[in-house]
Every structure is written in structure tokens, then in C-alpha cells.
Design a protein around this ligand. Structure first.
Ligand code: HXC
Length: 260
């Protein structure tokens, strides 16, 4: 498909999606949202694609936030009428069942940080900077930032970041649990693509089930979550790929997944 504000490339079983508005530090406007929704729908629906990577074009930014120029004169009633920002959470979390990684190459601020947190995990360049600076604009996060940040890094740092609007560098983001890995800037895309390729080599249904199970930890009690995990395990045990995976281990060979 042809997109106005993003580029996509399918490399083997990995879809690479790049937000491509480098002159605006990849600020997220309505067109970016529409383009990303279509790209992720295409990825999720394509049986040949197993994992996606989302990054930002250029050396400076993953995304420096929702597009301030688009929001500046927008009447409050329009935000409400359009349920502004609802599409992001719906599409990048619930509607995308397959795993995807955010490769954060620079600023991930406001909506940029929020979209990165919607990923299944974040791999960051050592030049990455994270923050929720909305307070400086007289507002607050609007795509789940206050909730996902608090769950990821705890109350102390979430409050610190939201109330002061300060940025956190990659090292602080890693030590506080926001990002899974930090790598040298020039190695970011190699690292993210190999992580995605590793996931893409797993049994596809098991990948979806693992993602669903971990996500449940943020939605439910420990007891309910453990029960949910056990039921998923029992369901996945019925797949041919479970039989193949265990047989291949015993026969000391690589498994041949069918995705069923
Ligand atoms: C629109 C943006 C933008 C944004 C940067 N630009 N961020 N345009 N929306 N969020 C544009 C600038 O206007 C500028 O365009 C160009 O990108 C380069 O940015 P500079 O500011 O010149 O770069 P620099 O001096 O290096 O500073 C980088 C920066 C700064 C620290 C990241 O751009 C910045 O603070 N950006 C805003 C970050 C932010 O507040 N994000 C949260 C947005 S609110 P021109 O045309 O001048 O060259 C949000 C959710 C809101 O995400 C929820 C509300 C309900």
C-alpha cells in the first residue's frame, strides 16, 4: 500500500514500519494514525508476517508527540465528539494480536512515548529520550501515558515525569523498567530486526498466546491471571505446533511450524 506519512517494508516474516515526518520530528497527526492503523491491520492479517518493528525516520526522533499544530486550535467539543486518541489504543493494543517491538531511535515524548509503551516491548538507542511533557502545554497525557508509565516504572518516576515534564535518558529508562534493551545508536535497527526475526521463528499461535498471557498481568488479579495462563496453556497444548515443537526437541532437530 502507499502511505503518506509512513513507510513499510516486509523483510521475510518481519514488517518494518517507519513513521516518516522527520521535519516535524515524526509528530503524530491524524494521517499518521490512519496510516499506522492500515499498516498494522495489514500486518496482523497477513499470515506470512509474524512480528513487526515500529521506528521513526531520521536520527532525532521516534515521535516527539501528538501533533501540537493540529491540536492547538481544535475545539474541546471536537476532541470529545471524535473520541480523540481512542483509535491509537484500540488498534495498537487490542486489535493487533501479533507481537511488535518499538525501536526508539531518539525522542519519544508525549504521544510518542505513549505509542512506544503500546508496543510489546521497547528496544532503545543510547540516544533515546522519553518523557510526558504534556503538562508544559497545559494538558496531560491522552493516549494512556499516565497509566502505562505508572505500570511500567511505578508511581515515583511516573509522577516525576508527568509533573515536571522532564525527559529520561535511555539508561534511566532501562534501569527503571521502561525499556527491555538499550543498544548503541548505530546498532538499533539490527538489534530490533534480529529480535523480531527471533520471535518470527517461534510457533505463531504460541507467540500470540505468550503476548496475551503477559498482557493479562496488567488487567487482572494474580489468581485470575494465573488461571487465565493455565487455560491458555491447556488450549495451546491442542495445537499441532505443540506436538511438533516437543517432538523436534526430542529428535534434536529444528521444528517445522505450520501455524496450527
Ligand atoms: C508538532 C512538532 C512537535 C510536535 C516538534 N515539532 N515536536 N510539531 N507537534 N509534537 C516540530 C517543531 O515545531 C519544528 O518544526 C520541528 O519539529 C523541529 O523541532 P524543534 O523544536 O525545532 O527541535 P529541537 O529544538 O531539537 O527540540 C526538540 C524537542 C522539541 C525538545 C523534541 O521539538 C519539543 O519539545 N517538542 C514538543 C514535545 C512535546 O511537547 N510533546 C508532547 C505533545 S502533546 P518547525 O516547522 O518549527 O521547523 C501529546 C499528547 C497530548 O503528545 C495529549 C493532549 C490531550
Amino acid at each position: 500500500a502507499d502511505y503518506e506519512t509512513i513507510t513499510t517494508r516486509k523483510q521475510g516474516a518481519v514488517t518494518l514500519v517507519t513513521i516518516n515526518r522527520p521535519d516535524a520530528l515524526n509528530a503524530l497527526n491524524t494521517t499518521v494514525l490512519a496510516d499506522l492503523i492500515e499498516a498494522f491491520r495489514d500486518f496482523d492479517g497477513d499470515e506470512g508476517q509474524r512480528c513487526a518493528v515500529l521506528t521513526g525516520a531520521g536520527d532525532k526522533a521516534f515521535a516527539a508527540g501528538a501533533d501540537i499544530k493540529e491540536m492547538a486550535d481544535k475545539p474541546a467539543a471536537d476532541f470529545y465528539a471524535e473520541d480523540f486518541f481512542a483509535g491509537w489504543t484500540e488498534h495498537f493494543t487490542r486489535a493487533t494480536r501479533k507481537p511488535w517491538i518499538a525501536a526508539v531511535n531518539g525522542f519519544a515524548l508525549g504521544g510518542g512515548c505513549e505509542v512506544a509503551m503500546m508496543a510489546d516491548f521497547i528496544i532503545a538507542s543510547d540516544r533515546a529520550k522519553f518523557g510526558q511533557p504534556e503538562i508544559k502545554l497545559g494538558v496531560l497525557p491522552g493516549m494512556g501515558g499516565s497509566q502505562r508509565l505508572a505500570r511500567a516504572v511505578g508511581k515515583a518516576k511516573a509522577m516525576d515525569l508527568c509533573l515536571t515534564g522532564r525527559m529520561m535518558d535511555a539508561a534511566e529508562a532501562e534501569s527503571s523498567g521502561l525499556v527491555a534493551r538499550v543498544v548503541e545508536h548505530d546498532r538499533l535497527m539490527d538489534e530490533a530486526m534480529s529480535a523480531a526475526e527471533a520471535i518470527a521463528r517461534m510457533a505463531p499461535l504460541a507467540a500470540i498466546a505468550n503476548k496475551e498471557a503477559v498482557d493479562a498481568a496488567f488487567e487482572t488479579t494474580l489468581d485470575q491471571g494465573i488461571r487465565f495462563e493455565r487455560r491458555l496453556f491447556q488450549a495451546i497444548a491442542a495445537t499441532s505446533d505443540k506436538a511438533e515443537g516437543m517432538k523436534a526437541f526430542i529428535e534434536k532437530r529444528d521444528p517445522q511450524w505450520t501455524g496450527r
